[in-house]
Ligand binder design. Structure first.
Ligand code: FES
Ligand SMILES: [Fe+2]
Length: 425
């Protein structure tokens, strides 16, 4: 349960807010590389952390991220021409470089104006199929994160986004909550649920497939430099236990990244606030062995293939109360939720809480410990940044963080399963 003041502290991320200051200390994905498909392609409107911007690649393919409103008189630069290494406003032709420099001012002979003014812009990098921006104080710019998926050929990484009208924290809390997997995702987690039995889903790619019908995992948490790990420990059925148990360890990487494991895959998920009540969920999925992945199969598993709930063109989630988040009640005899797809089930839960849930009314149980820890670390970070310090995790090397879902001997410490691999000499 959170007080109203703490809930506000946690959820508001616009310019000038304490949590907004936390997010601005990290490099965050702002769009997919495929949304800017070639040099000089059309500009893309981007809203991140409550700021409206425009992203565009210049003729050399370098990406700029400028405030959307033209510094002359505020016309949207998203309508502008992208040409000759710059973005030109349609209205009076002012032209801007990717670093915000003014290259041309056709309606003003005062050349000095070009040197006095600059478009508001942020540093941008492109890596791993995402465009990333740093929106914080220039003197505190963080080292660029090297995620493991950036070292895998892009063809073998599934990179995507889905935007939904809900506060970022509800999305993160869904991901920090292992105990819903065996219930909400019953169709994937325990295919025999209709008859009361348990038939393991043996698909090693499915992150919602559980090795066991144990619905009350024991949670164990440990703080790390980047945030924390939580382990969901499930008992195996007696006929296959043989001294083993199933361990599913999820890292929560500040501010809002998690890595969800399946036995064969890693799903790295970034919850990036578009504004206080809309979130862009960016994801990079890859096999532990770096091999090719079946993107179509994963899209079907997540529910992204369904045009009723996902608009491929805008990357927008389309579920609302109007279409009951895609729920087909007549199918609920066979389908636990009546909703197709793991991600679509998660989104229905998050949006049904309302845009910003009132955490003063909740009743947390031990299975919610990871949620409580994520809130605490974020709010601690907000207070530390407000006091002039650094947020948790901002100086971490993220390249060796991993998740695991495996059956292991009871003698194995779960912490050892996710310890960073030794760096080769
Ligand atoms: S408003 Fe953009 S050039 Fe005038
Ligand atoms: Fe889920």
């Amino acid at each position: 349960m959170l007080s109203k003041a703490d809930n506000e502290l946690l959820c508001r991320i616009g310019p000038g807010t304490p949590m907004g200051a936390v997010f601005r200390r990290f490099w965050n994905p702002v769009c997919l590389s495929e949304q800017l498909p070639h040099p000089d392609c059309g500009p893309l409107r981007v809203e991140i952390l409550g700021e409206r911007m425009v992203a565009f690649p210049n003729s050399e393919g370098d990406v700029g991220l400028l405030e959307e409103g033209c510094p002359h008189r505020g016309v949207s630069l998203a309508l502008g021409r992208v040409e000759d290494n710059g973005l030109r406003c349609l209205f009076h032709g002012w032209k801007f470089a990717v670093d915000g420099a003014i290259l041309d001012v056709p309606n003003c002979p005062d050349i000095a104006l070009r040197h006095r003014l600059k478009a508001q812009c942020y540093p941008v990098r492109e890596a791993g199929g995402f465009v990333w921006a740093y929106m914080g104080p220039p003197e505190k710019v963080a080292a660029f994160p090297r995620w493991r998926f950036m070292d895998i050929p892009l063809a073998n990484v599934r990179v995507n986004r889905i935007d939904a009208d809900v506060n970022y924290m509800q999305q993160l809390e869904g991901g920090a909550d292992s105990s819903h997997v065996g219930i909400l995702h019953s169709n994937f987690a325990r295919p025999g649920w209709m008859s009361g039995g348990f038939n393991p889903n043996t698909d090693p790619d499915n992150p919602a497939a559980l090795a066991t019908g144990d619905l009350a995992p024991a949670l164990d948490l440990e703080d790390t430099e980047f945030g924390f790990h939580y382990a969901a420990i499930r008992q195996l059925a007696s006929n296959e236990a043989a001294g083993r148990r199933n361990v599913r360890v999820v890292p929560i990487v500040m501010p809002t990244t998690r890595i969800i494991p399946s036995p064969a895959m890693q799903f790295v998920i970034f919850e990036v606030p578009v504004n206080d009540t809309r979130t862009a969920t960016f994801a990079a999925t890859f096999r532990l062995d770096g091999g090719p992945i079946d993107k179509w199969k994963l899209n079907e598993m997540s529910g992204r293939h369904n045009p009723e709930l996902f608009d491929e063109r805008t990357h927008g989630y389309l579920g609302t109360w109007e279409n009951r988040f895609g729920q087909k009640r007549e199918q609920m005899r066979e389908n636990w939720t009546g909703i197709k797809g793991v991600v679509m089930e998660d989104l229905a839960m998050a949006l049904s809480q309302g845009p910003i849930v009132d955490r003063g009314k909740e009743h947390l149980v031990p299975a919610d410990q990871a949620i409580a820890r994520a809130r605490k670390q974020l709010m601690d970070s907000a207070r530390m940044v407000a006091a002039g310090g650094d947020p948790i995790g901002v100086h971490t090397d993220v390249s060796r963080i991993r998740a695991i879902d495996a059956k292991v001997s009871r003698n194995v410490r779960w912490q050892d399963l996710v310890a960073p691999e030794p760096v080769s000499a």
